[in-house]
Design a protein around this ligand. Structure first.
Ligand SMILES: [Zn+2]
Length: 353
């Protein structure tokens, strides 16, 4: 094989570099009797190899990803990473730190996922994204549905619809998006109990698709489920003795969590964070906050906090973050750290002892 005809490579940049290293070493061995001009070319080539990192920057251990797995967004990416460990590189189609509800990737953005061998999704709200992703691929892919077996709550369609009419002219495109809704609340990952089911679904799908890694996936899943059960316990205990039973949240993402641990939520916007409340609805929210004597109004990192701030100011409350774990701009954060911080903030707002 001539040196320049490299195979089409499925894997990470590091592996590609290492493969190139091996090929160039063979190349040098074969070129025993080089003339001066060829040596000049060879020295140039060494400089390129060093620049690509195979001599000065050896491949770190634990980064030997032999395959790629795509997921739709942060919670699925985080769960999948914990199951596959170092056996795969796990991507999220919605980039980190982006609010995923209305995210529309360009066809170019799908190119980086062409090598993925499995795709983890939960359909629901993000099904438009799932369809576009699968259509964009030139090869078939194993699709794993994380939401299988979870009882879905109904969405608040009426509430969404009122907002739609208010903003019909400015947001004509949103109406098209609304039609894609399943009418179900997609925020299943905010219940640690649901996350256990999702982890089992992802794990079973991956073990089936990649039986060579099944033992490792099984071990990692058992640990993950144990950690999710521990988180569930912390919530059950932490929220068991509280003076209040209602919180005011940014968008309507926390119904599964609230159902699990016995509190209620009032929300500024509906299932979609983009649906803004009308002045009348803001007045109702202010009245409700006063009626329940709320000391904290929740906001979200990835959503404009102006309405939360305005309500807090109006009722003399403080603002506090409650994170729906839909995306993360902090690489040190994972589902567990987000949920533990949420628990601390809920204990404050619900006045738990
Ligand atoms: Zn949401």
């Amino acid at each position: 094989m001539p040196f320049y005809s490299l195979p089409v490579w499925v894997g990470s940049h590091k592996q590609f570099s290492n493969s190139l290293c091996e090929k160039s070493q063979i190349f040098f061995k074969m070129q025993a009797g080089l003339n001066k001009m060829k040596w000049f070319v060879a020295i140039g080539l060494i400089a390129v190899i060093v620049a690509m990192g195979c001599i000065s920057n050896p491949q770190p251990t634990g980064q030997n990803h032999s395959m790629a797995i795509a997921t739709t967004f942060f919670p699925l990416q985080d769960l999948t990473k914990k199951i596959v460990g170092d056996t795969a590189e796990v991507f999220s189609i919605v980039p980190s730190g982006i609010e995923p509800h209305d995210y529309e990737p360009s066809p170019q953005e799908f190119v980086s996922f062409q090598n993925a061998r499995a795709f983890i999704t939960m359909g629901l709200e993000f099904e438009h994204l799932e369809g576009e992703f699968i259509e964009s691929r030139s090869a078939p892919i194993t699709v794993i549905h994380a939401e299988k077996g979870i009882v879905l709550l109904d969405g608040d369609e009426e509430h969404e619809h009122e907002h739609e009419e208010e903003h019909m002219e400015e947001h004509a495109h949103e109406e098209e998006h609304e039609e894609e809704h399943t009418g179900k609340d997609p925020h299943i990952w905010l219940s640690p109990k649901n996350m256990q089911v999702m982890a089992q679904n992802i794990s079973a799908g991956l073990m089936n698709a990649f039986p060579d890694n099944a033992t490792l996936y099984e071990q990692n899943t058992q640990q993950l489920i144990a950690n999710l059960m521990q988180l569930d316990q912390e919530y059950a205990q932490g929220l068991s003795q509280c003076n209040k039973d209602i919180v005011l949240v940014s968008h309507n993402a926390f119904s599964y969590l609230a159902n699990d641990y016995g509190f209620q939520t009032i929300h500024i916007s509906g299932l979609e964070p983009e649906s803004e409340p009308t002045p009348d609805q803001i007045r109702e929210l202010v009245d409700a906050a006063k009626e329940h004597d709320l000391k904290y109004i929740f906001y979200e990192e990835l959503v404009d906090p102006r309405v939360s701030n305005a309500i807090a100011q109006e009722v003399g409350a403080q603002t506090l973050e409650l994170n729906p774990a839909e995306g993360s701009s902090n690489p040190d954060e994972d589902y567990f750290s987000i949920m533990r911080e949420n628990l601390n903030h809920l204990k404050l707002a619900l006045e738990c002892s």
